[in-house]
Design a protein around this ligand. Structure first.
Ligand code: ZN
Length: 335
């Protein structure tokens, strides 16, 4: 008997409603994995989570990541405008999340007070540390930490950080910075129940075969009052509706499920989380920009600063009008 790591469920994993057909013959325009893929969608309009129509072995799933990567080196030395931006970011952390007042020039403080009111700038700053307020001593795990930027920043801010990742290059890089990281998935790591103060993951939950199982496991590993923060593309976004099969957030066949505000809220409630917040970010511009590239048959990737700024304004406008229809959403909750 074949051992499948992912099989599309018969009913929605979030709300248990029936699934119906959604999209057909979607191709991987991002990393060029072959094949045409169909997706089903939960029939409960308030949930509407998406599911890849497939049965996959671990080996197949692994092969989808052969050309995938987030291998940028962590930026350590910042100078000029980059340094100034970092100082602005540190001020926003100080003002919004209670981290220590940074020892930076007054002009950074002045700039931060100006720029910090722009949602896009504020989101860029807060996203880097997953909107987590300061704690005196907190044990944090990032699932799928990639280039380890966030882990290094959170360590500098006083968090006791660990990470878990599949990508061996990312693991090696993180270890070279003295980070304590494990290989594989979250469930196979030896964290004791009730031992963690925060578990975070950016663009992770949509890659996981069973999101409900992962969210329940995170709840188990968190201490009382511990926080879970997950960021993911929004299957009920303006972009998803506009671009259909060309929407960048689908990323077949690596995204096994497509979450929505309704599905994430249900998963969090089922696992027993409280103080559950679900909000959109203004940072979905890249998803919209790349959806346009896919639709036009152009190579997919980030282009110049001017184009990025344009799509950031588009994403910010969508967020302003309908925050929960943003292309990127955040689930932030407490045990
Ligand atoms: Zn559902």
């Amino acid at each position: 008997m074949t051992d499948y790591i992912y099989s599309r469920p018969d009913r929605c994993g979030a709300c248990d409603a029936e699934l119906g057909p959604w999209l057909t013959r979607v191709v991987d325009r991002v990393y060029g994995v072959g094949g045409e893929w169909d997706l089903s969608r939960c029939r409960n309009a308030d949930c509407a989570a998406g599911y890849l129509d497939a049965r996959l072995t671990g080996e197949q799933l692994g092969s989808f990541y052969a050309t995938y990567g987030t291998h940028a080196e962590p930026a350590i030395e910042a100078r000029g405008a980059t340094l100034l931006f970092r100082q602005v970011v540190e001020w926003i952390w100080h003002r919004q999340l209670g981290y220590p007042r940074p020892e930076t020039p007054r002009r950074a403080a002045f700039l931060a007070s100006l720029l910090g009111v722009i949602p896009f700038v504020r989101d860029m700053a807060l996203y880097r540390i997953f909107w987590l307020p300061r704690v005196t001593k907190g044990k944090l795990v990032e699932i799928g930490f990639g280039n380890a930027h966030s882990l290094l920043q959170l360590r500098d801010l006083g968090w006791d950080v660990q990470g878990v990742e599949f990508d061996t290059v990312c693991i090696e890089t993180a270890r070279s910075f003295g980070l304590h990281v494990g290989e594989g998935d979250f469930l196979s790591q030896p964290y004791a129940d009730g031992s963690l103060d925060a578990v975070v993951g950016s663009h992770v939950i949509e890659h996981v075969p069973d999101p409900g199982e992962l969210i329940a496991a995170i709840h188990r590993k968190l201490a009382d009052g511990g926080r879970m923060v997950l960021v993911t593309p929004n299957g009920k976004s303006v972009g998803s509706r506009t671009f259909g099969s060309d929407w960048r957030g689908l990323e077949v066949p690596r995204h096994l499920t497509i979450q929505t505000p309704g599905s994430l809220l249900r998963h969090a409630r089922k696992a027993g989380f409280r103080n559950i917040r679900l909000f959109g970010t203004t940072l979905g511009g890249g998803i919209i920009q790349q959806s346009v590239q896919i639709r036009r048959g152009k190579p997919v990737g980030n282009t110049g600063r001017a184009a990025q700024l344009f799509w950031a304004v588009v994403a910010s406008t969508i967020h302003l009008v309908r925050p929960k229809a943003a292309d990127e959403i955040v689930l932030f909750c407490e045990k």
